[in-house]
Design a protein around this ligand. Structure first.
Ligand code: PHE
Length: 347
């Protein structure tokens, strides 16, 4: 019995000293001690050789040995496991492309508007604003529209309140059809020199299609000072077209008519889609219209209390949608207001 007990104690010491830093060594520990053919099992087999009265005490010693071995095995496996995990987690690869956060983008109309403002700001244009709900006077009368001009009629204008017949103090209240109304408000309160942009939403009672909408955005410009001539208008818009659409862009002025300008001109630029060769966007002419313009009609200046003998001015107006469609080759106006992220993410 003494001999067996000293074997047990020796084995406990061995087990406690055992070091294993690899899975192979751990396996060796297992087969040496706790496996079916291991040393501990062999000792259990010796129980029958011990004197019956000592068997119980020996058995208890063997159980203690077995527990120590199993505990040691557990600790060793945990250490090796932890070591392998640390070893297998590779360091972060800094060259991998990162997964970007999903960010919104700036609406194409806002981008175009910002670009237009940037171009005109550099040549001294400020910005002016006024309300979208206007009266007939600022939207039409002061701009020299004859009383029966078709633009005043129901098919073009959204009226909010119609004037009662015979009540001269009343005026039609409407949604502005152009930002020229802001020109009137500006000239009423500011004396020349005036050099400003009028930007904003305008409304027209039109059926919504790929080319027309009841709501769109305009940038108008007004320059009033002594000795402002048509050459200034041409040069200003020529500069704008080159900055906006590229230096190879050609510009042409076509005679036109607006009640508030005289003479008036429509401004065309070379079609950006076919580069002037002719396509369905430019209706095979090679040119697309981007703006209306002209010399401010003397009646308009006088309506605002500006001496038309002393001062002259030019004005122009363009649709931000139209400019954006040309720049990005967008064929349907409705895309701007549908908020489809597949469209918006491209800008
Ligand atoms: N107000 C005109 C329109 O809405 C554009 C324009 C502005 C034309 C200034 C000439 C001068 O169509």
């Amino acid at each position: 019995m003494q001999e067996q007990l000293s074997q047990v104690n020796q084995m406990i010491a061995e087990i406690q000293d055992f070091q294993a830093d690899t899975k192979d060594k751990l396996e060796l520990f297992k087969s040496n001690y706790i496996g079916k053919k291991g040393a501990i099992t062999a000792l259990f087999d010796q129980i029958k050789e011990v004197a019956p009265e000592s068997r119980k005490a020996f058995g208890m010693e063997l159980n203690r040995l077995k527990e120590i071995a199993q505990e040691k095995f557990k600790i060793l496996s945990e250490i090796i496991e932890a070591k392998n995990e640390a070893g297998s987690s590779k360091p972060t690869d800094l060259t991998l492309p990162f997964i970007p956060n999903a960010l919104g983008s700036i609406h194409p109309l806002v981008q175009t508007r910002a670009r237009i403002v940037e171009i005109f700001e550099r040549i001294g244009f400020t910005q002016s604003e006024a309300t979208e709900i206007e009266d007939d006077y600022h939207n039409f009368t002061a701009l020299n529209f004859p009383p029966n001009h078709p633009a005043r009629e129901m098919q073009d204008t959204f009226f909010i309140e119609k004037k009662q017949a015979g009540n001269d103090e009343q005026s039609d209240i409407l949604l502005r059809t152009h930002t020229s109304s802001v020109q009137i408000r500006l000239m009423q309160k500011q004396k020349p020199p005036i050099r400003s942009l009028m930007i904003g939403r305008v409304y027209r009672n039109e059926a919504i299609s790929a080319r027309a909408h009841c709501l769109f955005h305009q940038v108008e410009g007004l320059y009033v000072d002594e000795k402002v001539g048509f050459a200034d208008l041409k040069q200003t818009l020529y500069h704008f077209a080159k900055e906006m659409f590229g230096k190879d862009t050609k510009v042409r002025y076509r005679p036109s008519y607006f009640p508030f300008t005289e003479p008036s001109a429509e401004i065309d630029v070379t079609c950006l889609i076919c580069k002037g060769k002719g396509c369905n966007v430019c209706k095979y002419s090679g040119w697309v219209e981007i703006a209306g313009s002209g010399m401010v009609h003397p009646n308009v200046l006088e309506n605002c209390g500006i001496d038309s003998e002393k001062y002259t001015g030019f004005a122009f107006g363009m649709g931000i949608e139209r400019v954006t469609m040309l720049k990005y080759q967008i064929k349907d106006l409705r895309l701007f207001t549908e908020n489809d992220v597949r469209f918006l993410r491209q800008f």
